[in-house]
Write a protein that binds this ligand. Structure first.
Ligand SMILES: Nc1ncnc2c1ncn2[C@@H]1O[C@H](COP(=O)(O)OP(=O)(O)OP(=O)(O)O)[C@@H](O)[C@H]1O
Ligand SMILES: [Mg+2]
Length: 405
């Protein structure tokens, strides 16, 4: 085995600058359960398994658990299992003695020894190969291990925290992860919910990231518009909090909401649904066309919402012509024109003398809607509505909106 020097920083800095508890745990019921679990577990010397999708904050919880434990006096030593090639992982974890393999000119302690009196954080433990799993099991059972090429067993006192974004229970059933190790590390587990299951926390997270990123880049930005905030609260967040954090960073650097919408559109377009509901024969061409249309509708709708239904801004953000956008909105029934002012799933505007063919407002555009019977609920709605109406008429005359929504 060839020796290669250390690959990543061993010890997570003490000055971690963790977000405040109110941001880490938010207000959602699912995160309150996580908070309760953390409070119960923090003082006990139990191995803890933190589970959750990528970017949900597993590492943040590991740091918090360490900081609040009796092992906080020691170091928090992280081992990112997938980042270290298989053959090197054993020497990184357990260390080696001189002459253990070609190139081992001296001896070296592993990260297990460096974590003496502190916490060993095994990130993505599902990536450990079966041989190393056996060695780890011995460490967890009796605190003993041996360096590669070592003749004697060593003993350490430490706490182990593991994290994974994989279903280790299923892998243990399937035999790809040692069942005995799974039971050993799963003594206490914390499941971090994905961001889409804690939407109540999105607004606070956005505000926190806006504040910290703006301070980091030394700039002051307007808060996000209510329309865009609604989009963020309804978005699926496949990359969870990490994706949200990066999005806000991009907004802070570029200073425009278009930066965010363009990003969201890209993700949406790469993740549209192509489920086949009918098990019978199907036309691939038809399915693909339908999926593409659904995806396009979703993107246009999200972009419109992000730009408060301002079509000129939306077209610019999507990098298509204004007329193309109108055409696509019509095709996607986001604004239908059928002469009688009605079509499925939309509401029609009340007749106004001299108006162009019936222009419909999609149900997703509450700001533009009246009461649906032509009599709007309140005066300001009504005047806003009339303004929109006039703008639409102008738009028909000149092909460009007269006022901005
Ligand atoms: N509650 C939170 N408050 C503020 N920032 C958070 C929170 N949770 C996560 N983050 C931020 O999101 C990013 C991802 O968090 P973290 O690395 O802890 O996730 P993870 O679950 O370990 O992801 P992975 O599985 O990809 O390793 C980090 O930059 C972190 O600072
Ligand atoms: Mg992580």
């Amino acid at each position: 085995m060839a020796y290669i020097g250390p690959i990543q920083p061993l010890i997570i800095s003490r000055d971690r600058g963790l977000p405040p508890d109110s941001v880490i745990f938010g207000r959602s019921p699912k995160m309150q359960r996580v908070r309760e679990a953390v409070e119960k577990l923090q003082g006990h010397n139990l191995t803890i398994l933190i589970q959750g999708e990528s970017g949900t904050g597993k590492e943040i919880l590991a740091m918090l658990l360490h900081d609040r434990s009796p092992w906080a006096k020691g170091a928090l030593v992280k081992v990112s299992c997938p980042a270290i090639p298989g053959t090197l992982l054993e020497s990184e974890l357990f260390g080696y003695e001189r002459g253990a393999f070609t190139g081992a000119y001296g001896s070296k302690p592993g990260r297990v020894e460096l974590a003496q009196g502190g916490t060993l954080f095994l990130d993505e433990i599902g990536e450990l190969d079966l041989g190393l799993q056996a060695k780890l099991l011995q460490l967890l059972q009796d605190g003993q291990f041996s360096r590669i090429g070592g003749q004697v067993d060593k003993r350490v006192e430490l706490r182990v925290i593991c994290a994974t974004n994989r279903r280790l229970d299923q892998e243990a059933q399937a035999g790809t992860f040692r069942r005995d190790l799974f039971y050993r590390i799963n003594v206490a587990s914390v499941c971090v919910p994905p961001l889409r299951e804690r939407r109540e926390d999105i607004r606070d997270l956005v505000e926190y990231f806006l504040e910290t990123q703006s301070a980091g880049f030394n700039c002051k930005l307007k808060p996000l518009s209510p329309g865009l905030m609604r989009v963020l609260e309804n978005y699926e967040w496949p990359g969870n909090i990490r994706q949200l954090e990066n999005l806000i960073k991009r907004y802070v650097i570029l200073g425009t909401e278009d930066a965010i919408t363009a990003d969201l559109m890209e993700v949406a377009s790469s993740s549209f649904d192509t489920q086949i509901s009918d098990p019978g024969p199907f036309s691939l061409k038809k399915l693909v066309r339908q999926a593409a249309q659904d995806c396009e509708r979703k993107i246009i709708l999200e972009a419109l919402q992000a730009h408060q239904w301002n079509r000129r801004h939306t077209a610019r953000a999507l990098r298509i012509g204004y007329r193309t956008l109108l055409q696509k909105m019509q095709q996607a029934r986001l604004a239908g024109r059928n002469g009688n002012g009605r079509s499925e799933g939309t509401e029609s505007l009340p007749a106004i003398p001299g108006q162009p063919p019936g222009y419909e407002i999609p149900p997703e555009a509450p700001a533009l809607r009246g009461s649906g019977n032509g009599k709007s609920g309140n005066g300001s709605d009504r005047s806003h509505y009339k303004k929109q109406h006039k703008a639409i008429i102008e738009e028909h005359k000149h092909g460009e909106p007269a006022i901005q929504a």
